[in-house]
Design a protein around this ligand. Structure first.
Ligand code: SF4
Ligand SMILES: [Zn+2]
Length: 121
């Protein structure tokens, strides 16, 4: 069972819990376990660290002073994810480039291998 800490009372609760069993804070929007209702910490607004605030794509009326939001996406987490994806792509690109650069050699090796197979018969 995955657990998250309640944003209000910091108790560990089931990540699927709709309300916190300790302080009754609403954790999910529309009473649905799949929709996480993100909550801002005291003296903070969610929008400050939200991707959609920084790229200016959010048009929620509560922006930039949202205390809770279902769409919130942490900008630091998002950037870490993007970086990971970039690293993965650059690895594939460099493998592809290597193959392209050594294509002639690879073909030669393949031919040599075939000749060897034929010679062994
Ligand atoms: S999605 Fe929510 S948290 Fe993010 S900027 Fe819009 S209102 Fe703020
Ligand atoms: Zn709680």
């Amino acid at each position: 069972m995955a657990t998250v800490s309640c944003p209000k009372c910091q108790q560990l609760v089931d990540s699927q819990a709709v309300t916190c069993p300790y302080c009754r804070t609403t954790l999910k929007a529309y009473g649905h376990p799949g929709v996480t209702l993100h909550r801002a910490k005291k003296n903070e607004y969610l929008c400050e660290s939200c991707t959609y605030h920084h790229d200016d794509t959010c048009n929620f009326p509560q922006r930039p002073y949202a205390k809770d939001c279902t769409l919130y996406e942490n900008i630091a987490e998002r950037q870490a994810l993007l970086e990971e994806q970039n690293n993965a792509t650059s690895l594939t690109t460099s493998i592809n480039n290597w193959i392209k650069r050594h294509q002639a050699l690879l073909i030669l090796l393949a031919l040599l291998f075939i000749c060897l197979l034929i010679a062994m018969h």
